[in-house]
Design a protein around this ligand. Structure first.
Ligand code: GAL
Length: 354
C-alpha cells in the first residue's frame, strides 16, 4: 500500500512538473519579478494571461490576456493587483462562448487588450479573432461596465477597407473584406484611442483612431488623418506602443510565428507618423531572440516618469498554457533612447536607482 501511495504521489509531482514546470521556482508570493519562471496567482494557480496587457485604474492594475487552460476554448482572463507582484484571478472576463453566434463555433481569441473610456464609463476590449489557417484575421470588440467583466460582445470587423491592390484570390480575401487584423494593441492618447495592428497579411502595421465610444474606427475614415500605414512592408507584429513626453515609441517583433526573433523599436513625434525605425533595444546574451520572447505590452510605472515595464511572452508552442511571462524594466534615457537588459530577478526598487 505504502509503495502504491509513493508511486501515486511521485506520478502526481511528475505530471505537475511536466505541465507547469518546476514548482520550486514558482513566483507569486514574493515581492519581485522572476522573468520566465512560473508565475502563480493568489490561489496558487499558474497565471493564464498570455499575449496580454496591464490596465491601471484607480490604483488597481488589471492584467488581461489569453486564458489557454487546456481543455477549454481560449477566453480572456482578468487578474487584479495593487502591487504588480501578487495577482488575484478575477475570472474569465470574456469567455469564448460570448462571441457572436455566426463565428462562435470556429473562432479563437488572441492578444486581447482593454482600455477605459471616460466618456461612456465602459471598459472596451479589442481582440484578434482567428480561425484555423489564420485567414479570418478580424478585430473583435466587447465592452463592460466593470473591469472584471463580464464583457459583452459588440461586433467583429476588419477596420480599414484599403485597396492595397490585393489579388482576387488572396486567401485572406482582403479585396472583399479589407485589410487583415492580426497582432494588435490599443493606446489612449489625449482622450482618443487608437488600435495598432499588423495588417496586409502582416506586411504593414496600421494605426487607426477609434470613434468616441472606442468601438469602431473613427469616421469618416481618412488616411493620414484618422489612420496610417507604418513600417510599410517590414513584416512587424506584436506591437507595444507607449509615450514619453511628446514622443511615441513602438516596440515590435518580426513575423516568425511562435518562434522568437529580434525586437525593434520605432519612434514618432505624431502618433500617425512618420515613424522612424531605430534598432533592437535588447542588449546582452539572447538579445537576438528578445530573450526568447515576443513583446505584448509596455505600461508606465505610476509616479515614475520615463519608467515602464516591458511585458513579453515566452511562447511554448506545444504547451501554450505553459508559456511564460517575461517582465523587464524599461527606462528612457535623457537622450530619448532605451535598452532592455535581461535580469534573473528584480523588483520595483530598480526604478528608484535610475
Ligand atoms: C505569432 C503571433 C501570436 C500567434 C502566433 C501563431 O506571430 O504573435 O499572437 O498568432 O503567431 O502562430
Amino acid at each position: 500500500m505504502k509503495a502504491v501511495c509513493t508511486v501515486v504521489v511521485l506520478a502526481y509531482i511528475a505530471l505537475w512538473s511536466f505541465v507547469f514546470g518546476d514548482p520550486a521556482w514558482a513566483q507569486g508570493e514574493k515581492d519581485r519579478f522572476v522573468p520566465g519562471e512560473l508565475w502563480l496567482d493568489t490561489d496558487g494557480r499558474p497565471i493564464q494571461a498570455h499575449g496580454g496587457a496591464v490596465l491601471t485604474r484607480d490604483g488597481t492594475y488589471y492584467w488581461y490576456g489569453e486564458d489557454r487552460t487546456p481543455g477549454r476554448q481560449t477566453g480572456v482572463s482578468c487578474y487584479s493587483s495593487t502591487d504588480l507582484y501578487r495577482w488575484k484571478h478575477e475570472g474569465v472576463a470574456f469567455p469564448q462562448e460570448s462571441l457572436s453566434s455566426d463565428i462562435r463555433d470556429r473562432t479563437f481569441i488572441e492578444r486581447p487588450k482593454v482600455v477605459f473610456n471616460p466618456k461612456t464609463g465602459k471598459y472596451v476590449m479589442w481582440m484578434h479573432l482567428e480561425q484555423w489557417g489564420y485567414h479570418f484575421a478580424r478585430a473583435g470588440v466587447a465592452q463592460s461596465d466593470r473591469p472584471e467583466g463580464p464583457f459583452v460582445f459588440v461586433h467583429h470587423m476588419r477596420p480599414i477597407q484599403y485597396d492595397f491592390g490585393y489579388k482576387d484570390d488572396d486567401p485572406d480575401r482582403q479585396k472583399e473584406f479589407g485589410g487583415t487584423y492580426r497582432d494588435m494593441n490599443l493606446f489612449v492618447d489625449g482622450g482618443k484611442a487608437y488600435a495598432f495592428y499588423a495588417s496586409e497579411h502582416n506586411a504593414t502595421m496600421y494605426i487607426v483612431r477609434l470613434n468616441d465610444e472606442f468601438t469602431s474606427p473613427a469616421s469618416p475614415i481618412v488616411q493620414g488623418q484618422t489612420w496610417a500605414r507604418i513600417l510599410i512592408g517590414k513584416y512587424r507584429e506584436a506591437p507595444a506602443p507607449f509615450k514619453f513626453q511628446n514622443r511615441y515609441y513602438l516596440i515590435t517583433s518580426g513575423c516568425t510565428g511562435w518562434q522568437p526573433n529580434p525586437a525593434d523599436y520605432a519612434v514618432a513625434d505624431h502618433i500617425l507618423g512618420p515613424w522612424e525605425s531605430k534598432d533592437n533595444p535588447c542588449v546582452g546574451p539572447e538579445a537576438e531572440t528578445t530573450f526568447q520572447t515576443q513583446s505584448t505590452c509596455v505600461f508606465p510605472v505610476a509616479g515614475r516618469p520615463g519608467c515602464y515595464i516591458f511585458m513579453a511572452d515566452r511562447w511554448m508552442p506545444r504547451r501554450l498554457h505553459d508559456s511564460r511571462y517575461v517582465w523587464l524594466p524599461l527606462v528612457i534615457q535623457p537622450d530619448g533612447t532605451f535598452t532592455l537588459m535581461w535580469l534573473d530577478q528584480w523588483d520595483l526598487s530598480y526604478f528608484e536607482r535610475r
